[in-house]
Write a protein that binds this ligand. Structure first.
Ligand SMILES: [Zn+2]
Length: 429
């Protein structure tokens, strides 16, 4: 093919693509980064349950909606609801010999842990004990004989995953009787729980554990009954009298803190998706569509999809008016593309996404996935609202840990995902 023809063809395709390819504001990425970074900052302390992290984050989101001129749906941007949650608002110390272990790195508290403030006299059980089917009754008999035992330590270094999981289940029962320690080399993954055990329960990394050193604890745990959290909701009304609505959702809560100086920033999960709500709002303010657009930043997701569950049972407008819901969770990378949960359920819309992606050459791959109860879209699709949950795949493997930071995010496909979503909404009829 001759160069001249190539130039003419390129020009033609640029024009052809230009009509459907949305123009995203030049500062979209800067704005996405700014909001993500703000949400990851210490001020919001992991957007969870100590230092008012989640409610300060909610106030920040309200200000961002207001500054953009987005409207309330009811009399407030906030939709409050309550749930019980175990928290760690104070001391978080585990000392091995004369060395304080680093919270979140050397040791991790189990989210169901109670208080612990003692020198542990522990029964030590390891791999060779677990091989004996009667190890458990023998250990209990020994501990009963000596009332000075106040803890049990399972050295689970290099054991099979199944055995480890069994020991974790057993440990949750034991934490009602003694302090429990599990030593293991697996990556720390924190979560949020709505129960609290009587005693301390934590994990130590195999690499830092030393059987000959004394373990001393000072762990403060506080069970909060009826913690108040808020979904944050705003809208851009349709330019005409259109009745159908597109909902964009992202959970802004994360895991909060583990003690008063260590927190889980939740950069990828889900400051990244929350910030994208605002970038999408900016786009649709500039490029109005024939739909009402509703933006919901959910709370309580990490505690068990509680905010979205509350919303579908207390919707602010009829759920059947929702044409489509797009839930954004884990938007910080994308080197390997995205996965679409419910892709097999709403196959036509999934094919539409694929088509847009091919035409505009946006993402490396859009992977299809079936139904999954793994984010806030779930309760909506259970109520027959068409919904996708989109998440990025890429180099960033940090998840529910202290290194899921703003700095660790590549934002590789952030703008392309905004383009994909904008085009998808424009393509709905
Ligand atoms: Zn998430």
């Amino acid at each position: 093919m001759k160069v001249g023809i190539v130039v003419i063809l390129c020009a033609f395709f640029q024009i052809a693509l230009g009509q459907s390819n949305p123009t995203i504001q030049s500062d979209a990425l800067t704005e996405g980064r700014r909001i993500t970074q703000e949400l990851c900052s210490e001020a919001y302390f992991g957007r969870g349950y100590i230092k008012s992290g989640d409610s300060l984050a909610a106030q920040f989101l309200v200000r961002e909606f207001q500054q953009r001129g987005l409207k309330k749906i009811s009399d407030s941007y906030l939709q409050p609801f309550t749930f019980d949650v175990n928290t760690f608002p104070g001391k978080m110390e585990v000392k091995l010999g004369d060395k304080f272990l680093k919270p979140g790195t050397d040791f991790l508290v189990d989210p169901t842990s109670g208080n612990s403030s003692s020198v542990l006299k522990y029964k030590y059980l390891s791999r060779k004990d677990f091989a004996n089917p009667n190890f458990w009754s023998a250990a209990m008999a020994e501990m009963k004989e000596d009332p000075t035992f106040n803890a049990i330590l399972f050295d689970c270094s290099n054991i099979a995953k199944d055995t480890l999981n069994e020991i974790k289940i057993l440990s949750r029962q034991l934490a009602e009787i003694f302090d429990v320690v599990i030593v293991n080399e697996e990556k720390f993954t924190f979560s949020v729980e709505n129960e609290q055990h009587k005693h301390g329960f934590f994990y130590i990394q195999s690499a830092v554990f030393d059987r000959n050193s004394i373990i001393q604890t000072n762990i403060e745990s506080k069970f909060k009954k009826n913690h108040v959290a808020n979904n944050v909701i705003a809208k851009i009304p349709a330019k005409g009298l259109f009745k159908k609505t597109i909902v964009f959702s992202a959970h802004y809560d994360h895991l909060g803190g583990m003690g008063n100086s260590t927190y889980f920033p939740g950069g990828n999960d889900n400051a990244s998706g929350t910030s994208m709500l605002f970038v999408l709002a900016d786009y649709f303010k500039q490029n109005p569509v024939d739909y009402n657009l509703v933006f919901i930043a959910f709370a309580g997701e990490e505690a068990g999809l509680i905010g979205s569950n509350y919303y579908v049972n207390h919707p602010l407008f009829k759920l059947k008016k929702i044409k489509f819901l797009l839930n954004l969770d884990i938007m910080g990378s994308g080197e390997d593309g995205v996965t679409v949960v419910n892709g097999t359920v709403f196959k036509d819309q999934f094919d539409q996404l694929q088509k847009i992606n091919q035409e505009q050459q946006l993402l490396k791959e859009i992977k299809i996935r079936g139904k999954a109860a793994n984010s806030d879209h779930y309760w909506f699709s259970e109520k027959n609202v068409p919904a996708f949950f989109i998440y990025t795949m890429g180099e960033n493997k940090h998840y529910h840990d202290v290194v899921d930071t703003y700095e660790a995010l590549s934002f590789n496909e952030y703008v392309d995902i905004v383009k994909l979503i904008a085009s998808f909404v424009n393509s709905l009829d």
